[in-house]
Design a protein. Sequence first.
Length: 124
Amino acid sequence: MRRVETKRATAAIGPYSQAIEAADLVFVSGQLPTDPGTGEVVSGGIAAQTAQAAANVAAVLEAAGSDLSRVVKTTCFLADLNDFEKFNAEYAEHFISDSARECVQAAKLPKNALVEISAIAEAR
């Protein structure tokens, strides 16, 4: 098992790592739509926040030697499921359609974010 960390994505805000590589898979912890430089949630609504969360997932995967094309499953949390269509449109710009996914509404996300995305990908 190998811990994965990068400064190109926001640091973990609790007692966990950005990702763990194990058994030829990379398990990326939930990535918020935060700017890695400031740690603040980006503005611009659900599309901008989805793009930033996806960029953070991509940065963590790259640190592990993987990338978004190797994602096999994501879990997506939305603060408001009414944002589902706009979220889907932006999500499709970053993740391949062949991967598995669940998307649920969460009562509240850290930092009052609109979205959080975790992923499992093939390693290297």
